[in-house]
Design a protein around this ligand. Structure first.
Ligand SMILES: CC(C)(COP(=O)(O)OP(=O)(O)OC[C@H]1O[C@@H](n2cnc3c(N)ncnc32)[C@H](O)[C@@H]1OP(=O)(O)O)[C@@H](O)C(=O)NCCC(=O)NCCS
Length: 189
């Protein structure tokens, strides 16, 4: 990750939140955070079941890889010693697509609607804009996930693709996929 600073932000409810890169020593806390967040996040690919199969070792490797990757980042949001938000990005490794990085993000349900998702994403964009050779930040969002879609739109991501019935939920209901992209070069830093 290019920038390592810690940032403190104030949520709408006054909570003071720290945003910073994750530490390898926080692998277990990160896993706990995912296990807490996933049951209320039906529109992300990981499920509580798939997260339960992850180990502290796999999380340690994930954090190490992100921190050592010059075109990657893993940023956590911390409140009173607890991880309550996560965002990350990873660039394609092949040379023809290495100017494009995909992102993921999630906020603990107790902290949603307070401006944390927006603050995390703004920070990730700022980090991405300072990485040489990175031109696009991209993501896929389920069409039913309006909070996320609206957030990405608000921060300037444009819809670049649409795939019908790309996802099937456990109850059998299909959801479409929206591809979105942010041109990092076009955005004022
Ligand atoms: C998507 C998510 C990260 C948003 O985080 P958040 O902290 O609740 O969002 P914020 O409070 O920062 O809101 C920022 C903007 O997002 C949009 N937004 C957030 N919640 C919304 C809602 N319930 N309905 C519509 N828009 C919403 C709005 O544009 C909002 O801006 P505004 O306050 O000016 O209206 C959060 O809902 C989440 O973690 N969801 C589960 C995991 C997930 O789906 N991740 C995305 C996978 S693609």
């Amino acid at each position: 990750m290019a920038l390592h600073e810690t940032r403190t932000i104030q949520l709408k409810n006054g909570d003071s939140i720290i945003m910073r890169p994750a530490l390898v020593s926080e692998a277990e806390a990160l896993l706990t955070a995912f296990l807490e967040i996933l049951p209320t996040s039906p529109y992300i690919l990981s499920t509580a079941e798939s997260a339960a199969r992850k180990t502290v070792e796999t999380q340690m490797k994930w954090i190490t890889d992100a921190n050592e990757d010059p075109k990657g980042a893993l940023i956590i949001a911390e409140h009173q010693g607890r991880i309550i938000g996560i965002t990350n990005m990873v660039a394609f490794k092949d040379s023809k697509r290495s100017h494009r990085a995909g992102l993921g993000m999630s906020v603990h349900h107790d902290y949603r609607g307070q401006g944390l998702g927006e603050a995390l994403l703004r920070r990730l964009i700022e980090v991405a804009q300072n990485i040489e050779g990175l031109s696009f930040l991209e993501l896929n969002v389920m069409s039913a996930n309006q909070p996320a879609f609206k957030l990405y739109e608000k921060l300037g991501f444009q819809q670049v693709g649409y795939l019908r019935e790309a996802y099937r939920q456990p109850d059998g209901v299909f959801t479409d996929d929206i591809s979105m992209s942010l041109d990092l070069r076009a955005r004022p830093s």
